[in-house]
Design a protein around this ligand. Structure first.
Ligand SMILES: *[C@@H]1O[C@H](CO)[C@@H](O)[C@H](O)[C@H]1NC(C)=O
Length: 399
């Protein structure tokens, strides 16, 4: 009697409990989806065995999965030769690569042609979370610095012709060439990334974007030997926010206008950036030669400069080789706003607009700019630059 009363009382609770339990496991099955650990495909975390085949097998499985899939890289050092994850035949539009370990590039750069290290091509809906990429660039840099006949080197991580991409919490160390490249992509978000290479490592741009639309780069720390972020031809609707940059060459739109026919750069926001000891702060750079390219609708906002050589610079006379022979740049630069830019310049000229004699810069706006040199007023220099200034602007505007 007591038992059956107890049973009657408990029964509804048991049913509720069971319902909760089953719905929980049902939900977690959906959110986790299929999980493919690269080790179960033969990857060996000894830092010596090339794991490319295992990674590609895991990728094939993930692509074939009807549910969202995770490729998991556990702790350990995984040597990885060149890998291209191709998405063309991949029906899965939700693949997460979760990396707890380190991916190590082969140190012998001579074995590489100029293709890149880890490439995602034609993929849709790929996220990469965590991980340390060790590009092992040191010996290639040494070759380049000794003026030898060296390959140009591999980009560590490249997304090309892809869309709906997320990269979060990744660290890229000592890339041979560029660390991360986003080329001809749409809807890309990069956040919480850390890039590290020595100040004197050649061509080690942090994040390079070109030919891409709707790219967002947030909350990242970039210390490298070339541009922290570089923006190439055909980039539209780019948002870069909350970046610590330095050492490095700053954030650069360009170099642009190397080719006669080249897509323009439009609608770029670069805000809340701290530049520390960099060669440039916010820069627009074009080749001194004919081109139909353009740059328009650019906002540089809330930047702090600490000991930066060229805090604000437009350079339309980039002409490193003789073939360029110092012609006027064809690139039209218009509608560029500098708002709330403060700090210290490491050279006397803190603001430099060196625009094209054929295509003067127009619609440049300076607002609330305060840059000093040696605790004194810095200088501004303008050539072929038109625009307005408002609010406090020091050095005094030369527009
Ligand atoms: C400019 O780009 C941002 C994303 O970076 C977007 O939200 C905004 O709508 C774009 N503006 C125009 C006018 O297209």
């Amino acid at each position: 009697m007591t038992i059956s009363i107890l049973h009657c009382l408990l029964r509804p609770f048991l049913i509720i409990l069971l319902t909760i339990l089953s719905s929980t496991s049902f939900n977690s099955a959906i959110s986790t989806g299929a999980n493919y650990n690269v080790v179960s495909f033969g990857a060996n975390p000894d830092g010596k065995t090339d794991c490319a085949k295992a990674f590609l097998s895991a990728w094939q499985k993930a692509c074939g999965s009807a549910q969202p899939a995770t490729i998991y890289v556990p702790p350990g050092r995984f040597l990885l030769g060149k890998v291209i994850f191709v998405g063309g035949e991949c029906s899965n539009k939700a693949i997460t690569v979760t990396i707890d370990g380190t991916l190590v590039a082969p140190s012998n750069y001579n074995g590489n042609d100029d293709s890149n290290w880890i490439v995602f091509e034609n993929v849709d809906g790929v996220s990469v979370h965590g991980g340390l990429l060790d590009g092992q660039g040191t010996s290639l840099w040494a070759c380049k610095k000794s003026g030898g006949n060296c390959p140009s080197g591999a980009t560590s991580l490249e997304f090309t012709n892809s869309k709906n991409i997320m990269v979060a919490g990744l660290t890229s160390l000592n890339s041979q060439m560029f660390h991360i490249v986003i080329y001809q992509c749409q809807h890309v978000k990069v956040q919480g990334v850390k890039v590290m290479a020595p100040a004197n490592s050649p061509n080690t741009d942090g994040i390079h974007i070109a030919g891409s639309d709707d790219v967002t780069i947030l909350n990242s720390n970039i210390q490298t030997g070339d541009d922290c972020v570089s923006v190439g031809a055909g980039t539209t609707n780019l948002w870069v926010e909350n970046i610590a940059c330095g050492p490095g060459h700053g954030i650069s739109i360009g170099s642009l206008g190397q080719d006669q026919n080249e897509a323009g750069v439009q609608n770029v926001t670069v805000k809340t950036i701290k530049f520390m000891g960099t060669e440039n702060g916010v820069r627009i750079k074009t080749w001194g030669k004919p081109s139909n390219a353009f740059v328009k609708g650019i906002l540089f906002q809330h930047a702090v400069m600490v000991d930066v050589q060229n805090p604000i610079v437009i350079d339309q006379n980039y002409c490193p080789d003789k073939g360029c022979s110092r012609q006027a740049s064809g690139v039209k630069i218009s509608d560029v706003t500098y708002q709330d830019i403060h700090g210290t310049s490491a050279t006397e000229v803190a603001v430099k607009f060196d625009c094209s004699s054929k295509n003067p810069c127009s619609g440049i706006q300076l607002e609330d700019v305060k840059l000093t040199y040696n605790n004194q007023v810095a200088q501004a220099s303008c050539q072929n630059a038109g625009g307005t200034s408002q609010g406090y602007v020091q050095p005094q505007s030369c527009l």
